[in-house]
Design a protein around this ligand. Structure first.
Ligand SMILES: [Zn+2]
Length: 244
C-alpha cells in the first residue's frame, strides 16, 4: 500500500476499518470485487470521506454509520483512480427517509445537488436501491456525486482541476455527439434522461459506466474510453480497475 494511505490509516481505529469492511462487503459490489490491496485503499478513502463530510438527516430519521459508509463509498468508487479524496464545496449531505419536493415546485425528487445551499440531498430508499441492484445502470448516490464532481471541477482554478484538461476536452467532444444521439434515440446504452443536458449525460454515463461497463464499452467504445481516461479507471477489470 502507498505510503500516503498508510499515513492516513493511522487516524482510524481497527474497529472503524472492520466495520467499513463488513458494511461494504454486504452492500457494495464494486468493493467486493476488488483485490485485497485495493480494498484496503478503498476502506481508508471511504473513512476519510466520511470524516470530512457533514451528514445530516430529517428529525426523527436516524442516519446510522452503515448508511454513511455506503453513501461515502459511492464517492470513493467514482474517484478511485483520481487524487481527489474529499469534496470541498458540496461537502454537506442531507438524507431524507423518502422522496421529497420543494415549496412551489410539484416535482418529486430522490436526489439533487442544490447549487444555492451547496447541499447534496438524497433519499435513503433510493440510495439503497441503487446498490441493491448493481447492474441496472441506476445508482442515485453515484449520479448525485457525479454532479458534485462535475461542478467542483468547473469551479476550480486551472492548477487544481479534478480532470486533466486534455481528457476533459475529449470527453466534451464525445458528450456533444452523444447528447444529440440520445435525443434522437440513436444511442441506446444510456437511459433517456441523459438527453436532458451534458451535466445529466455525465451522471447517467457514470451510472452505466459502473453498472454495465462491458455492455457500455462494446456498444459505445469512444464514449466509454473518454470516461475511463477522465476517471483513470476501467471498471471492467473488477479486481484492479485503476488505469496504469
Ligand atoms: Zn441529475
Amino acid at each position: 500500500m502507498h505510503l500516503k494511505y498508510k499515513f492516513i490509516a493511522v487516524f482510524f481505529s481497527q474497529k472503524e476499518k472492520n466495520e467499513c469492511h463488513y458494511v461494504l462487503m454486504a452492500t457494495n459490489t464494486y468493493y467486493k470485487n476488488l483485490s485485497e490491496n485495493n480494498r484496503g485503499i478503498f476502506r481508508i478513502r471511504t473513512l476519510l470521506f466520511l470524516r470530512t463530510t457533514g451528514f445530516n438527516s430529517e428529525v426523527g430519521f436516524l442516519l446510522k454509520n452503515n448508511m454513511k459508509i455506503l453513501i461515502s463509498s459511492a464517492f470513493v468508487q467514482i474517484t478511485f483512480g483520481l487524487n481527489m479524496m474529499t469534496l470541498r464545496t458540496f461537502n454537506s449531505i442531507f438524507v431524507t427517509p423518502r422522496s421529497y419536493s420543494y415549496l412551489n415546485n410539484k416535482a418529486i425528487f430522490d436526489g439533487d445537488v442544490n447549487l444555492y445551499t451547496k447541499k447534496v440531498n438524497m433519499s435513503w430508499p433510493a440510495i439503497e436501491r441503487g446498490f441493491d441492484i448493481p447492474d441496472d445502470a441506476m445508482n442515485l448516490a453515484i449520479h448525485e456525486f457525479g454532479h458534485c464532481i462535475f461542478f467542483e471541477n468547473a469551479t476550480r482554478s486551472f492548477l487544481f482541476k479534478i480532470f486533466k484538461g486534455r481528457d476533459f476536452e475529449v470527453w466534451k467532444k464525445e458528450a456533444v455527439d452523444a447528447l444529440k444521439r440520445v435525443q434522437l434515440r440513436e444511442l441506446k446504452v444510456l437511459r433517456d434522461y441523459a438527453g436532458t443536458n451534458s451535466i445529466e449525460l455525465f451522471s447517467v454515463s457514470l451510472e452505466t459506466f459502473f453498472e454495465k461497463p462491458v455492455y457500455f464499452e462494446r456498444k459505445e467504445p469512444n464514449l466509454y474510453w473518454s470516461m475511463a481516461h477522465l476517471l483513470k479507471q476501467d471498471p471492467r477489470n473488477t479486481s484492479d480497475p485503476i488505469l496504469k
